[in-house]
Design a protein around this ligand. Structure first.
Ligand SMILES: O=C(O)CCC(=O)C(=O)O
Length: 371
């Protein structure tokens, strides 16, 4: 266990506190005599930093795993190269992939080798062709437990007022995160689904290497009348391909603003016809359907428990649009290790998480290695 890992885990938190402490030092310097309140604020800030560092340290020492060494700044570099310096998208992405590869070639080769060794199934070809796939419950046996867990978590969040707070605080009123990333450890069956063998097999085969689990969200979409942001057609920008597992927790109909996609081949044609780029990110329905037949859109409707996987980088999609009834959806996201435009959460289980025995594929997906 390295102290450096502990310090870097605490660094982000420390930065947030930094301004508060600096402000009080400045006040103190200007007066030269701290009053009792200022002293108390300093002490509280110091205590919070120390507590956070101790917690980070303790969770790492108690975990049988530690995070793999990887570069976490690629999204920033992509922003600089593509958005600010105006490099073509493919050039910026290639530069970042090369850099990531150079930093850990063994990791890339291992992931690719393991993906090749996994058995192929007929579904793989369908997913490659269409860019999406319905997941049959008999092959993905972890779905019912994840479903029950999400329903329970939502009920608890409604009762405690957490849903209301998340809606008020979150960036999107129409798409509210109830469970986010490592919080999934607190809910039985969510991490088990995210790193289950059939899901990791499917994602590894599709992406050509064992992927990183790059996000988990339980999304609640309340009734709304808007048509903005992710309620408009777009493709996700983390990489040229990725995979999301979508599990309908509530019964999902046209009234609940279903996740709606355009299959990969048609999306490709639409994108080239309208000159789609990440700088022209959202498309109106009129733009999308100017040359294609609108009936080719696929709403991922279905009863509670119905599940799909979708490449949201290749398939144009939107969701939570103008629903008259609420929708609850679990989303689990996988990206390639070399994805240029992604910020990965830390999946190091903390002390309160149920211990999980992880095999090699699961450790790779979580970006962990034996301690
Ligand atoms: O279902 C939704 O609300 C849209 C989600 C979305 O745009 C995405 O997962 O990329």
């Amino acid at each position: 266990m390295s102290y450096r890992a502990c310090i870097s885990g605490a660094a982000e938190y420390h930065l947030a506190q930094h301004h508060e402490v600096r402000h009080h030092i400045a006040v103190q310097r200007s007066k030269n005599t701290p009053n009792k309140n200022e002293m108390a604020v300093w002490l509280r800030s110091g205590l919070r930093i120390a507590t956070h560092m101790t917690d980070t340290f303790a969770s790492q020492t108690q975990s049988p795993y530690r995070p793999i060494r990887q570069w976490r700044r690629s999204k920033r570099l992509h922003k600089l190269l593509y958005n600010h310096l105006g490099l073509p998208l493919h050039t910026s992405e290639a530069a970042i992939r090369t850099l990531k590869f150079a930093l850990n070639p063994a990791q890339v080769r291992l992931r690719e080798r393991l993906a090749v060794d996994l058995p192929a199934t007929e579904q793989d070809a369908e997913l490659e062709r269409e860019g999406y796939l319905q997941l049959a419950p008999d092959q993905f046996s972890m779905l019912p437990q994840a479903l029950a867990s999400c329903s329970r978590a939502f009920e608890v969040s409604v009762r405690s007022g957490a849903v209301h707070d998340a809606q008020a605080e979150g960036p999107k009123e129409f798409l509210v995160s109830i469970i986010r990333d490592e919080e999934a450890y607190q809910h039985n069956g969510l991490m088990e689904l995210a790193v289950s063998s059939p899901v990791l097999r499917l994602a590894s085969k599709y992406l050509g290497s064992v992927p990183m689990l790059s996000g988990i969200r339980l999304w609640w979409s309340p009734p709304n009348t808007s048509e903005i942001d992710s309620q408009l057609y777009h493709c996700d920008r983390e990489d040229q391909r990725q995979l999301k597992v979508l599990l309908n927790i509530s019964d999902t109909t046209h009234k609940t603003g279903p996740f709606t996609l355009i299959p990969a081949g048609i999306s490709e044609r639409v994108k080239s016809e309208v000159g789609y780029s990440y700088k022209r990110y959202r498309l109106t329905d009129e733009e999308v359907w100017s040359t294609e037949d609108q009936t080719q859109a696929v709403p991922l409707t279905g009863p509670s428990g119905s599940a799909y996987c979708v490449d949201t980088s290749r398939c144009l999609h939107f969701g939570s649009r103008q629903n008259s009834e609420p929708r609850l959806l679990l989303m689990v996201q996988y990206t390639r290790y070399l994805a240029p435009n992604v910020t990965l959460p830390s999946w190091l289980p903390d002390r309160s998480a149920a211990p999980m025995e992880l095999d090699e594929l699961q450790r790779l997906a979580l970006g962990l290695t034996a301690a």
